[in-house]
Design a protein around this ligand. Structure first.
Ligand SMILES: Cc1cc2nc3c(=O)[nH]c(=O)nc-3n(C[C@H](O)[C@H](O)[C@H](O)COP(=O)(O)OP(=O)(O)OC[C@H]3O[C@@H](n4cnc5c(N)ncnc54)[C@H](O)[C@@H]3O)c2cc1C
Length: 368
């Protein structure tokens, strides 16, 4: 059913993506965020990596990431205001055994070369323009994305209310009242897309969303050799954006310290050295800047997308963890289809795997 007024709480990549999808499905959308601008939380990094992750047996995570990669790639490339670099992503194998697994996956699944192909070490080094220790997967259509510009592009033309910290949402007639410290807003339906803040807005449901603290180190382009693709191997490094490369990222669950630490930069430089040996030798970790933010993590590393109440039009899109850029487009389209009551864009086993009901007691969930 189109034509309803939907309040989306959160203006990160989850909220911006679902707002855009809902608009395209014919709804009126209001986005609410406590910050002064969009992409102020986990979605505020200078750059993130955009690539899928194939696996033996084609796991549910791999299938979802493939769908998100293909849909997102098409959607984001059509948004001129979104800053993206489709440079290709080289996923360097950890060791010879991992190389063999990567090779086998490409062969067994007959992956199209423009999606993913295995490249031997010499070709991998040539693609990187830097000697690497193993071969790896080459995702020719992958690259980096600047999430703040993507969020701005997705939210273009959408009614956004900033400096609006939602304290709770409550039923009002057949709809909802979204209550903030200074404002109240009515809507027919509410979507929680507020990352690590979602559990606080549904306290009875005890949503198991944890914060995964991460720091991305900013490497001055002038202090590093030329390098123009994205390389990953436990960590990642990107081409320079506005004179800075991103190298990341640390990960610590339930650590809410927002201040960058020297030890974080050391860890990121160690990861960089694993991917591109010697590449960071001109860098002094004590001189590096970086950005800390908090991944909204779900226990099984799959997002939560779907209804939070059986009949009351309260929905969630969250738990994007470390792969929010790749999950965003397909999860947003899924939720917009669910809210609109139209056919879903994913197979039913994936829809079930993403259902928030997998974590929520059926009694609390309102089902009989
Ligand atoms: C260090 C690091 C590196 C990463 N690298 C990558 C990468 O390379 N590739 C990739 O795909 N993903 C990456 N990710 C993951 C990705 O950034 C996240 O999955 C994604 O940004 C989560 O988006 P979100 O919209 O769910 O949350 P957020 O971006 O955190 O947005 C939530 C929003 O909700 C608002 N909010 C919260 N509570 C309230 C409230 N009560 N009222 C109003 N507003 C509220 C916040 O202000 C915030 O703007 C990385 C994450 C981190 C931390």
């Amino acid at each position: 059913m189109a034509g309803r007024h939907i309040a989306v709480i959160g203006a990160g990549i989850a909220g911006a993506s679902v707002a855009r999808a809902l608009l395209q499905h014919g709804h009126t959308v209001t986005v609410i965020d406590s910050a002064a601008v969009s992409a102020s939380g986990a979605s505020g990094n200078l750059a993130g990596v955009f690539r899928p992750l194939p696996s033996l047996g084609d796991s549910r995570l791999s299938r979802l990431l493939r769908a998100g990669f293909l849909l997102g790639r098409q959607q984001f490339a059509a948004l001129p205001e979104a800053r993206c670099g489709w440079t290709g992503v080289l996923h360097i194998a950890r060791d010879a055994k991992h190389e063999a697994t990567q090779r086998r996956i490409v062969t067994e699944q007959d992956l199209p070369a423009d999606f993913c192909r295995f490249v031997e070490r010499d070709e991998a080094s040539g693609l990187a323009g830097w000697p690497v220790e193993q071969g790896g997967w080459w995702f020719a259509r992958g690259g980096w994305i600047n999430p703040p510009s993507l969020c701005r592009a997705l939210l273009s033309g959408i009614d956004c209310h900033y400096h609006f910290k939602v304290a709770r949402q409550e039923r009002s007639g057949s709809g909802w009242r979204v209550v903030g410290d200074r404002e109240t807003l009515g809507a027919d339906a509410v979507v929680l897309a507020n990352g690590i803040g979602a559990a606080a807005l549904a306290p009875d449901l005890k949503l198991p969303i944890r914060a995964g603290r991460g720091l991305v180190s900013h490497l001055p382009e002038a202090a590093t050799p030329a390098f123009n693709i994205v390389a990953t191997r436990l960590g990642y490094v990107t081409p320079a954006i506005d004179g800075l490369r991103c190298a990341g990222a640390t990960m610590a669950a339930d650590d809410l310290d927002p201040a960058p630490r020297f030890a974080d930069h050391i860890e990121n430089l160690q990861r960089l050295d694993m991917a591109l040996p010697g590449f960071g030798s001109g860098l002094d970790p004590a001189q590096l800047d970086g950005r800390v933010s908090f991944r909204p993590m779900s226990p099984d590393r799959l997002p939560m997308v779907g209804p939070l109440s059986a009949n009351e039009d309260l929905w969630i899109i969250d738990g994007f963890g470390a792969r929010g850029l790749v999950f965003a487009a397909i999860c947003a389209e899924l939720l917009a289809c669910q809210i609109s009551g139209v056919p879903l864009p994913l197979e039913s086993d994936l829809v079930a795997a993403l259902s928030p009901g997998r974590f929520v007691k059926q009694s609390a969930y309102g089902r009989t």
